[in-house]
Design a binder for this molecule. Structure first.
Ligand code: SD4
Length: 334
């Protein structure tokens, strides 16, 4: 829950960011709005704190998002990302991740098994190969050749949830999300899902990263939006960046994150741009997506942030230049 002090601080930050945007247009150099980091879902304040350690020292946004995303990847309690992620219908934990920097460099891994930190492998794909995407066994072989350790990512508790699911084996992404949400709140846990993280560093550069175990109980080999550049994540240092969470099939259909960034390019604020993407998706898919959740977060180069989701319940975590955490609930369409 956001308290009043934090809310006021955030409102002041937002007002400051608007002012800074005006200064930017007037050619006045920016400083106060950065650094900052924002992530999908409230529990990722912990991930933001790790990113902040880098940003606060004047480090690079790229390093910050990598470090930040590694936090839920290593957390066995987080059943949507990395170690402890829920498996596919065959009981295999397959991970998707990507990373993108301010120069348009990007790397991605899809359907990667046995590696706790897919975001690090994605960064290596970006930096050490002439490619953007590696998938499945190829991604695993690349990771092993680069010193990553092969591990069992299926925790006892995720295995138990999978075995319970096997009894009915009913698969529907909307249902699965609802089921997981109920399970988590029954355990007194906050809602937690795929992490998409965007950071703006002190130099004025933006980077982003995204990591997920994808939809629980998916078909083996299924890949969602999260590791797809332009769908789950997009960065353009002249404009801003966006990332998505929720049912990836819906995000892919509208090239979600790219759509948000392009809307910002043509004058929308981050929140308006996220709303435009959700509206476009809903127009296309009305009647088929009411039981699903999709959310976007975005940041522009002036340091303004925003979010929007299809339905109620999407939260995001921010750390602004004053170094304090703010958790917000996104506005929603239906
Ligand atoms: C996917 N977008 O694989 C991911 C899942 C997700 O919140 O974001 N869940 O479709």
């Amino acid at each position: 829950m956001i308290n009043r002090r934090k809310f006021l601080r955030h409102s002041l930050c937002a007002a400051g960011a608007t002012l800074l945007a005006a200064e930017l247009r007037a050619g006045i150099p920016l400083a106060a709005a950065r650094p900052l980091v924002i992530s999908t879902w409230a529990p990722n304040v912990k991930a933001n704190a790790a990113a902040w350690e880098i940003l606060a020292k004047g480090g690079k946004a790229l390093d910050a998002v990598e470090k930040g995303v590694m936090v839920p990847e290593a957390d066995p309690e987080d059943t949507s990302v990395g170690y402890g992620g829920l498996p596919d219908r065959d009981g295999r934990v397959t991970l998707d991740a990507c990373i993108m920097d301010e120069k348009g460099n990007c790397g991605s891994v899809m359907c990667l098994e046995h590696i706790v930190h897919p975001v690090q492998v994605a960064r290596l794909v970006m930096e050490k190969t002439p490619h953007v995407v590696l998938v499945g066994d190829g991604a695993l072989q690349f990771a092993l050749a680069n010193g990553f350790k092969k591990e069992n990512l299926l925790t006892a508790s995720s295995e138990k949830i999978w075995k319970e699911w096997l009894r009915t084996s009913k698969y529907d992404p909307g249902d699965t999300m609802k089921y997981m949400k109920e399970k988590r709140s029954a355990g007194g846990k906050d809602n937690h899902d795929t992490i998409g993280m965007l950071a703006l560093d002190a130099m004025g550069n933006i980077s982003g990263a995204c990591s997920t175990s994808g939809m629980a109980f998916k078909l083996h080999g299924r890949v969602g939006d999260s590791p797809i550049i332009g769908a789950g994540l997009f960065v353009d240092n002249e404009v801003g960046a966006a990332t998505a969470t929720g049912v990836g099939e819906e995000v892919i259909r509208i090239c979600g994150a790219h759509t948000v960034v392009e809307a910002m390019r043509y004058g929308k604020s981050p929140k308006e741009a996220c709303k435009l993407a959700v509206e476009r998706m809903y127009k296309l898919r009305k009647g088929s997506i009411e039981d699903k959740q999709i959310g976007f977060i975005a940041v522009n180069i002036a340091g303004e942030t925003g979010a929007y989701s299809l339905k109620e319940g999407f939260t995001y975590a921010c750390r602004f230049s004053d170094g304090l955490d703010v958790v917000r609930s996104a506005d929603y369409l239906i």
